[in-house]
Ligand binder design. Structure first.
Ligand code: HEC
Ligand code: HEC
Length: 201
């Protein structure tokens, strides 16, 4: 999408939220969130994270953190603060439920197979020498998520790598476990994990 179109969407989001808020949460998701995340949550651009099949509890928690501005990385600030601020608790719960029920599709973006193979080992086994835990312990054996961590499978690799770098800061304060884990990862680990996780379905 062009920058002009993106700017227009952000502007419309800021100006017209009462109109959207009048519809059902599903209307809001399909008419508004869809501009960036796709109506079924399977976003195409790696700028915008995929939401399809994500746990409703995680979506709710993140939307609340974006609304109260505790999730404060640059993209969260630029794209999501204004949008989340217009959603009340019922809208957040309804939209989270809607995206959690959408079918996650395989991510067709190409990945470097050598990096992904390395990421596969790290994801499943961790690295004892460096103190990296196996990601599957909390994110599930196929990255599908568990009660201890959100779904990651099929997420865009650039978004995954970007968030792992955000965890090097305190800009996502709820992510205490991840802040400790990223300290054990170097840049190659991050790129390997992002490539592998994107290829999971
Ligand atoms: C103008 C584009 C745009 C629109 C419209 C938009 N988003 Fe986002 N959204 C983003 C971007 C960019 C991010 C990534 C923020 C970051 O990197 O921290 C994001 C992140 C999120 C996240 C966090 C995902 C995760 O895996 O942690 C949720 C949840 C979310 N958006 C929900 C919504 C909902 C619900 C709507 C509609 C009410 C919406 N978004 C509308 C651009 C958008
Ligand atoms: C002890 C449990 C645990 C382990 C082990 C774990 N994670 Fe996480 N992870 C979480 C939780 C909880 C969150 C949600 C953080 C938040 O509240 O912002 C998360 C979030 C993430 C996110 C951000 C997802 C998004 O949509 O923004 C990424 C990426 C991630 N983890 C990658 C990994 C990788 C890679 C590993 C293995 C090296 C790993 N995690 C190991 C618990 C864990």
């Amino acid at each position: 999408m062009t920058l002009a179109r993106l700017a227009l969407i952000v502007l419309l989001a800021a100006l017209s939220s009462p109109g959207f808020a009048a519809g059902t949460p599903e209307d809001t998701a399909r008419q508004w969130c869809a501009n960036c995340h796709n109506a079924d949550g399977n976003s195409v651009s790696p700028l915008f994270p995929r939401l399809a099949g994500q746990q409703a509890g995680y979506l709710t928690q993140q939307l609340q953190a974006l609304k109260n501005r505790s999730r404060s990385d640059q993209s969260a600030h630029d794209y999501m603060w204004g949008i989340a601020a217009t959603l009340d608790d019922a809208a957040i719960a309804g939209i989270a439920d809607y995206f959690s029920r959408q079918k996650p599709l395989p991510n067709p973006a190409p990945v470097d197979s050598q990096l992904a193979a390395r990421g596969n080992v790290l994801f499943h086994e961790g690295n004892e020498a460096k103190g990296t835990p196996a990601c599957l312990a909390c994110h599930g054996p196929s990255g599908e998520g568990s009660e201890n961590g959100p779904r990651l499978a099929g997420q865009h690799a650039p978004y995954l790598a970007k968030q792992l770098h955000v965890f090097e800061t305190t800009q996502r304060p709820s992510a205490v476990a991840m802040q400790a884990i990223v300290k054990t990862l170097d840049e190659k680990d991050i790129q390997s994990l992002a490539a592998y996780i994107q290829s999971l379905h």
